[in-house]
Design a protein around this ligand. Structure first.
Ligand code: PMT
Length: 404
């Protein structure tokens, strides 16, 4: 496995969520070594975490049947990221004040890796001056905190203190594990998800886009150090970690306004959203009642946002479109790329199983202006996003001045 995460689990009710975190990380081929405090073992059994991580769970400083190396030093060195989830007020306090009195706090003190903490505690504790001062102190030392959520806590109080959900925690860890800086200083705009065209207060026209593809593109841009604006239709996806600006839109017109007002300042624009080409000419203010016979709705053209962005494209700006096709995939995609003045187009055959709308995978061809086609097999949308940015980096390596 490429990356090693050491996960410190401390004693709070959220300790059971550590199981989900381990499971999600191992599915992403991350090796996880778990260290539990004694109180954490009261909330979740080490055997569960051992089975999920496929590594021995360390709970005792004096257990010598394991590594030949001094254990806390060996794990401290091994960690690419050291995650504490849940992080109690106690471990935050110990770390801020240089206390190392058990396996976890000792290993933490001995590590040079990036440390990420996901606090979980009662609201009053979380907001107490002691905890807040400790968090500030650790942040100044470069520790990353994943803010807790507001909600109903185990103690029945309502407020901030609920540990972030495992998906967001894993997203943050993966981001820090895979961080590069090849897009540092670049501004990237990504569109994602579907648009909604209102017919009346209860009905609308939309499409099957889930936003998964676009969100992976945005995630990859953040991972490469870019400043990312994500303009998104309604989706159930979580806003990716590290996005600089997130704009939620409904209609094609909303998306047009959001893109066109920002396009000029962007270095790279990637349009993976599925935008309506037509919208009802009249939007009824009241529910349309059914009546005898058939009915028809008159539709009018929306702005072709990509086309207009292509018309205004600056020198050295990279513009990427997606093409959702069912027939003549390459021919249609190439014609879109030329008509819309794009640098690259990502063509997906949305009829293929595992490709296109709503799934975690895609099958695409990335086509450039020289006509070269990179054919990618079925792969996770995160890998499609990675390949797309590899291609974009190749464009940066080339001289593109004559492409405009
Ligand atoms: O969101 P997922 O469920 O993960 O699905 C991913 C996806 C299938 C939506 C994605 O991979 C994809 O193909 N997105 C583009 C879908 C689309 O609208 O294709 P199109 O061929 O109709 O449009 C071509 C390009 O023009 C697209 O970049 C689109 O964003 C853009 N466009 C289209 C219409 C319009 N009025 N304005 C536009 O800018």
């Amino acid at each position: 496995m490429k990356y090693n995460v050491v996960l410190g689990v401390t004693g709070g009710i959220a300790a059971y969520k550590a199981c989900d975190i381990v499971s999600r990380l191992t599915k992403k081929e991350v090796n996880v070594d778990v260290i539990m405090t004694r109180s954490a073992t009261e909330f979740v059994g080490p055997v569960t975490l051992q089975s999920l991580s496929k590594n021995k769970v360390v709970t005792d400083m004096f257990d010598t049947n394991f590594y030949w190396d001094i254990e806390h030093i060996s794990l401290a060195k091994k960690a690419d990221v050291f995650l504490i989830a849940p992080a109690t007020a106690n471990i935050i306090g110990k770390m801020a004040n240089g206390i190392a009195d058990d396996m976890l706090s000792t290993t933490l003190m001995a590590t040079k890796s990036k440390i990420i903490m996901a606090p979980a505690m009662n609201t009053v504790m979380y907001e107490s001056p002691a905890v807040q001062e400790n968090i500030q102190k650790l942040m100044q030392r470069g520790v990353i905190f994943i803010e807790p959520l507001e909600g109903l806590l185990a103690c029945n109080d309502i407020g901030k203190g609920k540990m972030q959900d495992p998906e967001t925690i894993v997203d943050t860890v993966i981001h820090h594990l895979t961080l590069t800086n090849d897009l540092e200083g670049k501004k990237v705009l990504v569109t994602a998800g579907p648009t909604i065209e209102v017919i009346d207060p209860v009905r609308y026209i939309t499409n099957r886009s889930s936003g998964k593809m676009g969100y992976q593109v945005a995630r990859e841009a953040v991972r490469r150090g870019a400043k990312v604006t994500l303009i998104s239709g309604k989706t159930s996806e979580k806003i990716p970690y590290g996005i600089s600006e997130f704009i939620s839109i409904e209609s094609a017109e909303d998306m047009y306004q959001a893109v066109i007002t920002r396009a000029a300042e962007m270095d790279i624009i990637i349009k993976s959203a599925a935008v309506a080409d037509y919208t009802p000419s009249q939007k009824s203010q009241s529910k349309i009642k059914k009546s005898e016979g058939d009915m028809s709705i008159e539709l009018e053209r929306t702005h072709d946002i990509l086309f207009e962005t292509g018309q205004q494209k600056r020198k050295n700006q990279i513009l990427v479109g997606f093409a959702a096709e069912t027939d003549h995939i390459l021919k249609n995609a190439i014609s879109k790329m030329e008509r819309k003045n794009l640098d690259l187009i990502v063509a997906n055959d949305v009829k293929k199983e595992g490709a296109g709308f709503g799934v975690d995978t895609n099958i695409v061809n990335i086509i450039d202006r020289d006509g070269s086609v990179t054919e990618l097999p079925l792969m996770d949308k995160s890998m499609v996003a990675k390949s797309l940015f590899d291609k974009i980096m190749e464009l940066y390596d080339d001289s593109r001045d004559d492409r405009k």
